[in-house]
Write a protein that binds this ligand. Structure first.
Ligand code: COA
Length: 260
């Protein structure tokens, strides 16, 4: 698939996905969502890619939200479909990916932009980043999982305040809330994320995939996360990565994981 609104850079085992509509502050229109959905699926299936970074082009925005111009005239049914399709195709799909996805939040992450960053497995922000869910100022609510993931990350009371005020919090406040894991200068944002990615890619990608699934299971109302953990723990004992990881430790050498 040829992409118009995103591009991907690959180096070693790392893929960086850039959202590329800077004139519209990287707002997510239908096409961008479809392109991201396709790109993430392909990258997740690529055994060579061990970590994915997601960021926005330019110095101003990660993503300033869903593209308001596209849904301003939608009906009730179209609104419901928009949220359902988006959650299914992109936001839930990113969260469930076996390949770790880090959001490099390089500016505004508003509405669907913050929801996309929250779907990633964790977030690093630049000092100029501003985050919020301004939907109620438009007469609507977050529709791409924001009412669920924001309370998970920052707690119910803080999430309620952020959603009800429709305001923005800066990077330092996001750090103190646990919404982002690190705050660095804009220049250091991608290098910092790449260092984290490199540390992650030294580990067993098979075990990481199971860990992501087990962590996510704890946030599913119909799944027993502890049981998922027990099953995945056992499954790991049958992998080549486990054999290599434990053997390398006992032989006092660095593991070279086959990834299976
Ligand atoms: N959807 C569609 N277009 C958007 C957008 C969005 N969510 N966010 C920004 N844009 C567009 C603007 O319409 C403008 O386009 P134009 O130059 O063709 O008029 C361009 O991006 C630049 O934005 P602008 O508002 O001029 O930049 P700013 O620096 O003055 O303000 C923001 C930045 C982020 C505060 C402001 O753009 C904003 O409030 N955006 C909407 C945020 C939002 O409500 N998101 C949730 C959507 S559910």
């Amino acid at each position: 698939m040829d992409y118009e609104n995103i591009y991907i850079e690959e180096e070693n085992h790392l893929a960086t996905v850039f959202i590329n509509r800077p004139k519209k502050l990287n707002a997510l229109n239908r096409q961008t969502i479809a392109e991201l959905s396709n790109a993430f699926q392909e990258l997740d299936e690529d055994a060579n890619i061990k970590v994915i970074l997601l960021t926005g082009v330019g110095e101003k925005a990660f993503v300033a939200g869903a593209d308001i111009s596209e849904f301003a005239s939608f009906s009730v049914e179209q609104g419901r479909t928009l949220a359902a399709q988006g959650q299914n195709e992109l936001f839930d799909a990113v969260e469930k990916m076996g390949t770790p996805v880090i959001a490099a939040v390089n500016g505004f992450a508003l509405g669907g932009g913050l929801e996309l960053a929250m779907s990633c497995h964790f977030r690093v922000a630049s000092e100029n980043a501003k985050m919020g869910l301004p939907e109620v100022s438009l007469g609507v609510i977050p529709g791409y999982g924001g009412t669920q993931r924001l309370p998970q990350l920052v707690g119910k009371g803080r999430a309620m305040e952020i959603i009800m005020t429709a305001g923005m919090i800066d990077a330092q406040k996001a750090l103190s809330y646990g919404l982002v894991n690190h705050v660095v200068t804009l220049e250091e944002l991608l290098p910092t994320c790449k260092k984290l990615a490199s540390r992650i890619s030294n580990n067993s990608s098979v075990a990481i995939k199971h860990a992501i699934n087990a962590v996510n299971a704890g946030y599913s109302y119909d799944v027993d996360g502890y049981q998922v953990e027990i099953n995945a723990f056992g499954t790991c004992f049958g992998t080549k990565d486990f054999k290599e990881g434990t053997t390398a430790f006992l032989e006092k050498r660095k593991a070279d994981f086959p990834g299976s």
